[in-house]
Design a protein around this ligand. Structure first.
Ligand code: MN
Length: 500
C-alpha cells in the first residue's frame, strides 16, 4: 500500500543569461548529470528529474506553479551552479507550496590547481551563487533544508535521501485520512487534541465512523475468505496449539481473521490509511482487534489505540519514511520499568504491536484480556529485535503540535518472559532513563509512541521542519537544565511565530 514508484523530486538549477549559450549548455549538462547520479543512488528513494536551467522570473514562477499542481512531485532540490540573481526567485518561491531543499554543491569536486583559469571560475560559482540564493530564502523566511558537500559524497546523498523520505511523508499527509472507530478512551488527556487544527497544520483529516458500520463490513466477509486468511496465518506464524486446525480455540482464530478482513475492506472503502479503535467501544465485534491491527500496521497502515489519532498519523508518517528500509515501525507504549542499573523500559500494548519490529517468527496466541469485556483476542506475540531505534510522541499543546524524539537502544530481555502474553520491546533510552524520562515528562510526551528501528532522529527532525512542527530531541547530548531552557524559549518563539 506504500509505493514510491511514481513519486519524483525535481532538480532545479539556477543561472542567468549573462554567460552566453555555451556556458548555459554546460550548466544544463552538469545539472542533468547530477540529477541522474542522485536518481541512481541506492539511498535516494524517488526519481530525481532534471528540469531546464532557470534563467528568468517567468520560467521560475511557472516551474513553482507546475510543482504545486503536480501529483507526483514531492519537492524541489535547488542548486545555483552559476550566479542566479535571487530577485528572479521571489515570485516563484513565494507561491511554492512544496518542500524545497537547497543543495549547496559544486559540479567539480576538486579544484584544478595547475589549470584553473577564469573559465573554470565563471562556471563553478555556487560558492557565491548559492549564497545569493540563500539570502532570498532567509529574507522570505522560507522553510528549507540546506545540505552542503559534494553531490558524489555518500553522506550528502544519504542526507538528501533522509530529507526526501520526510518529504514523501509530508506528501502522503496531504491526502491521508485517519479513520476512528469510537472516541478517545474516557478521561485520557494526552490522546486528545484539535482535529481541525491538525488538518490545517499537518494536513491529514480525521474522520469518525460508527463501530456498527465496521461490524456490518465484518459480517459481509465470506467463510471462504476467512479460511484463506486463516491458512495464511498458519503459514506465517507459529500458531499456538489451541488455535490450530482442529484445536479447541480455532473458531476464535476464524473470528480474528474475519475482523481483519472486515477492517481491511472498511479502510479500503473509505480510503483511510490510518485508524484508531478503543476497547471501550466494540459494540458488535466479538474481540478487540489484535492480530488484525498488527498485520495492518505491518502493511503500512498507521494505528493508534484508544482513539489516539495523532499517534496513528505519526505511525503512518514513519511507515512512509521507513518504506523499503531495514527495520520496522510500530505503535508502542512505555509500559513498565526495570529500574536497576540505570533503568530499562519494557514497551508493549494490550495487543497492538507491529510485527515489522519482531525478531524471528511471531507466534499467534490467544489469551484473556482483562479489560473490555469481550471474547479473548488473538494476537501475535514476539520480542523486538535489538539495536538503535527512535521512540517518538506527538502532543497537542493547544497552540501548537510538539514532536518529541528519543534516541533509544533496544536490548534483549535479561530472562525469558514466559507469562507475558503480548509483543514487547525492551530499550534503554539515551542518555539514560533518568534524564530521558525527566525531559520527556517535562515536555508533556505521551505514554503512546511510535517506535522505529528503520529511522534515525534526522528523519523526524526533517519531517517536523516540513510540517512546521516543534521538534524536541532527547539523545546522548541531552541534559535537563538545557532542555528546560529549550522548552521555555520555544514557548516564546512559537507564541510569537504563530501570530494572531
Ligand atoms: Mn494505550
Amino acid at each position: 500500500m506504500i509505493d514510491f514508484a511514481n513519486l519524483e523530486a525535481w532538480f532545479v538549477t539556477g543561472s542567468q543569461h549573462l554567460y552566453g549559450p555555451e556556458t548555459l549548455k554546460k550548466v544544463e549538462e552538469h545539472s542533468t548529470t547530477i540529477a541522474r547520479a542522485l536518481s541512481a543512488s541506492s539511498v535516494v528513494p524517488v526519481k530525481v528529474v532534471a528540469k531546464h536551467v532557470m534563467t528568468s522570473d517567468e520560467s521560475i514562477l511557472q516551474l513553482c506553479l507546475d510543482a504545486n499542481s503536480s501529483k507526483n512531485c514531492i519537492g524541489l532540490i535547488t542548486w545555483m551552479h552559476t550566479f542566479s540573481p535571487a530577485r528572479m526567485w521571489i515570485a516563484g518561491l513565494r507561491l511554492l507550496n512544496k518542500p524545497f531543499l537547497h543543495l549547496h554543491t559544486q559540479f567539480s569536486e576538486e579544484l584544478p590547481w595547475s589549470t584553473i583559469d577564469m573559465d573554470f571560475m565563471n562556471l563553478h560559482q555556487s560558492a557565491h551563487g548559492d549564497r545569493e540564493f540563500g539570502f532570498i530564502g532567509a529574507r522570505l523566511r522560507l522553510k528549507r533544508k540546506i545540505i552542503v558537500g559534494s553531490w558524489q559524497d555518500d553522506r550528502v546523498q544519504g542526507e538528501i535521501g533522509v530529507w526526501m523520505r520526510a518529504a514523501c511523508a509530508r506528501h502522503d499527509a496531504q491526502v491521508l485520512k485517519v479513520a476512528r472507530f469510537g472516541d478517545n478512551m474516557r478521561n485520557v488527556a494526552v490522546t486528545e487534541g484539535d482535529k481541525l487544527d491538525a488538518q490545517i497544520r499537518l494536513c491529514y483529516s480525521v474522520n469518525g465512523f460508527g463501530v456498527g458500520d465496521l461490524k456490518q463490513r465484518v459480517q459481509q466477509v465470506t467463510d471462504a475468505q476467512v479460511q484463506r486468511l486463516a491458512a495464511e496465518y498458519d503459514e506465517a506464524y507459529a500458531v499456538a496449539e489451541p488455535l490450530r486446525a482442529g484445536g479447541s480455540r480455532r473458531p476464535a482464530l476464524f473470528e480474528a481473521a474475519r475482523i481483519e478482513l472486515g477492517l481491511r475492506y472498511f479502510l479500503e472503502d473509505t480510503g483511510s490509511q490510518a485508524f484508531t479503535d478503543t476497547f471501550e467501544d466494540l459494540h458488535g465485534l466479538a474481540q478487540l482487534p489484535g492480530i488484525a491491527v498488527q498485520r495492518l500496521m505491518a502493511d503500512g497502515y498507521g494505528f493508534g489505540a484508544e482513539g489516539d489519532w495523532k499517534t496513528a498519523a505519526l505511525v503512518r508518517a514513519m511507515k512512509i519514511m521507513g518504506h523499503g528500509l531495514q527495520g520496522g515501525t510500530s505503535f508502542m507504549e512505555d509500559y513498565t520499568y526495570d529500574l536497576r542499573d540505570g533503568g530499562r523500559v519494557l514497551g508493549a500494548h494490550m495487543l497492538e504491536v507491529c510485527p515489522s519490529i519482531a525478531e524471528g517468527k511471531p507466534s499467534a496466541e490467544i489469551h484473556p484480556l482483562s479489560i473490555g469485556g469481550k471474547d479473548d483476542p488473538v494476537r501475535l506475540v514476539f520480542t523486538a529485535s535489538c539495536g538503535s531505534a527512535v521512540n517518538t510522541s506527538i502532543v497537542d499543546l493547544g497552540s501548537r503540535f510538539r514532536l518529541i524524539v528519543n534516541q533509544v537502544n533496544l536490548v534483549r530481555p535479561e530472562q525469558p518472559l514466559p507469562k507475558l502474553p503480548v509483543a514487547r520491546a525492551i530499550w534503554i533510552p539515551e542518555p539514560n532513563l533518568k534524564i530521558a524520562a525527566t525531559s520527556w515528562i517535562m515536555a508533556g510526551g505521551s505514554h503512546h509512541t511510535a517506535l522505529s528501528r528503520a529511522l534515525t532522529c534526522e528523519y523526524l527532525q526533517d519531517f517536523a521542519e516540513l510540517a512546521g512542527m516543534e521538534c524536541l530531541l532527547i539523545d546522548h547530548k541531552t541534559n535537563v537544565a538545557d532542555f528546560v531552557k529549550e522548552l521555555r524559549w520555544n514557548d516564546v518563539y512559537y507564541h510569537l511565530a504563530n501570530g494572531l
